[in-house]
Design a protein around this ligand. Structure first.
Ligand code: NDP
Length: 282
């Protein structure tokens, strides 16, 4: 029987620390501020944006949500980003992705002031993560590291396998595990004999977007299994990339879906916004 890593509980502990730091900053006259921009009507994006606003309110941040119509031009969106870059009340800017097809995600992200890039997607921040001299860490992989740390799981010297190599999860996750002195292998859709690699893992992080893909026979006895996946079943229920029923009996620690990695992502966004606000006073 695995220990279940309670992401909801850990996220609420981290948020309490953020709220306390926010209160202390407010006494110095600084209120951390986050601006979230959403373009179009994607229902999932709207839910994420609502939760980000709620998260800000919970910890005492100032927040602004810009809901722009689907037909917004690149010029209009860039004008808003540039205005927020120069706005002292705003310490973090987040553009909710994906953007409608006529807008280029990369162009917009590279125009966010790297000091306000709380998603850590700007190439300057990506480069800083690579050399281990970061201001912000991308929210989901950073959340995974906090889950490991707060669960007392040592990464140093461990065989770490990351399944998935996206720019927002897999690649930065591998880098963070490497910085924590793990021995890291990254797998992807062209990996030959995936199960042979995943079975070597002391710490297995899965971020592929395929429901219940990693099964018990692919996991070593006693492994720590972190499931980043969020997949909707036909009945509307959320499920991870890991087949919990067959993996949980073999794992020493496992994150559930929902209630594992998910709650950490917005929490780390709040943490990055707090960092940006603190840096703005130096
Ligand atoms: P992407 O679709 O961008 O990347 C998926 C990765 O998985 C790719 O690198 C792909 O390999 C790899 N992959 C796909 N199929 C296989 C396979 N059969 N075997 C091995 N590797 C495979 O997804 P994201 O990284 O954005 O997201 C991954 C999952 O995490 C999704 O379910 C997403 O919803 C979830 N997520 C959850 C968050 C949270 O807050 N909990 C935040 C962000 C994402 P290749 O590169 O070769 O194509």
């Amino acid at each position: 029987m695995a220990n279940i890593i309670d992401g909801k509980k850990i996220a609420s502990e981290v948020r309490a620390d953020i709220a306390a730091e926010c209160a202390a900053l407010k006494e110095k006259g600084i209120t951390p501020g986050l601006a979230v921009i959403i373009v179009g009507e994607d229902p999932a994006s709207k839910v994420y944006v609502k939760n980000k606003k709620k998260g800000c309110e919970e910890v005492g941040f100032h927040s602004e949500v810009y809901e722009l119509p689907e037909e917004t031009t690149e010029e209009e969106l860039l004008a808003l980003v540039h205005k927020l870059n120069g706005d002292d009340k705003i310490h973090g800017i987040l553009v909710q992705l994906p953007l409608p097809k006529h807008l280029n995600d990369e162009v917009i992200i590279q125009n966010i002031d790297p000091k306000k890039d709380v998603d850590a997607f700007h190439e300057i921040n990506v480069g800083k993560i690579m050399i281990g001299n970061h201001d912000f860490l991308p929210c989901t992989p950073a959340g995974v590291m906090v889950l490991l740390e707060r669960s007392g799981i040592e990464v140093s010297g461990k065989e770490c396998v990351v399944v998935g190599r996206s720019n927002i999860v897999g690649k930065p996750q591998a880098m963070l595990l490497l910085h924590a002195n793990g021995t890291v292998t990254i797998c992807h859709s062209r990996t030959k004999d995936l199960a042979e690699v995943t079975r070597r893992a002391d710490i297995l992080v899965v971020a592929i977007g395929k429901a219940d893909f990693i099964t018990g026979d692919m996991v070593k006895e006693g492994a720590v299994v972190i499931d980043v996946g969020m997949n909707r079943r036909a009945d509307g229920k959320l499920t991870g990339d890991v087949d919990f029923a067959t993996v949980e009996p073999k794992a020493s620690y496992i994150t559930p879906v929902p209630g594992g990695v998910g709650p950490m992502t917005i929490t780390m966004l709040l943490s990055n916004t707090l960092t940006a606000a603190k840096k703005s006073v130096k």
